[in-house]
Design a protein around this ligand. Sequence first.
Ligand SMILES: Nc1ncnc2c1ncn2[C@@H]1O[C@H](COP(=O)(O)OP(=O)(O)O)[C@@H](O)[C@H]1O
Ligand SMILES: [Mg+2]
Length: 263
Amino acid sequence: MFEEANNIQKIVPLYQGRNIPKVDVIPSLSRIKNLMVKTCRYFFAGPGIDNTAPFRGFLLYGPPGTGKTELSKQVVRELDETLGNFANVYLLFIDGSVIATPKWGEAEQRLRAIFSYAEYLEKKKGITHPKVILLFDDIESLMLGRSAELAKEWHYSINSVFFHGVDNINPTKTLVLATTNKEELVDDAIRDRLYPIKVTPPSIDGLMNIANEILEITGVLNPKKEEVLKSIENKLIEMENPSIRDVKHLTIIKCIEDGVWWR
Ligand SMILES: Nc1ncnc2c1ncn2[C@@H]1O[C@H](COP(=O)(O)OP(=O)(O)O)[C@@H](O)[C@H]1O
Ligand SMILES: [Mg+2]
């Protein structure tokens, strides 16, 4: 089993939570972040959790660019930080590029190896209480990328490996987070195992906080700062469901255009 884990180590990035760079989560997402951190802490350190736990983590769903991936990483960062000396929390980041392989059957093998890897980390000697968060980013992409006639069979076989893996994790040591922009492609059985949370596009105020932060970090001063912010706000208002990514792009381009950063 651990031989499999050894091979998968080379392709799945592993991070310790406290080494993930800190990002201030926007206010509308901080409530979700706190709920996730507290729940994971309870599973990892609280009483009364065993293999009968009704769910094994969270599924974040919502439009692209709303901060789902970043939020998941921040949950691991905060978990590791707040559990302090009690435990060490690691993130295994799994996206389509890890799982999708051109060879039939190999994707299932890799997915199985990821669960073995988590188990290997849980038992690793010399680390105080290792805990693992498996982040399946854009989880629907694990199920795509095959030709249409194979898709159904492929779905079935990759899903069954996933369900088996999730059902067999020890939720006091390993939990699963998943994100998706394509909720309709996510199997109902995933929702049974992961608590679903909807991530809605941030408010204009939330987005303006991010623009403001970028300008502050880069030292843009008033009155220029106010002028740039007003222009960004006007553009955001015209957009349909602007995302965090949109506000970052707009802020950078506006500053370059106006010669705030480079002339
Ligand atoms: N709270 C935040 N503050 C600043 N930037 C953020 C924040 N949350 C996310 N981002 C950035 O916004 C972009 C989109 O976030 P991401 O988590 O990838 O969204 P999603 O996974 O929902 O598509 C990324 O560049 C990310 O680093
Ligand atoms: Mg994402």
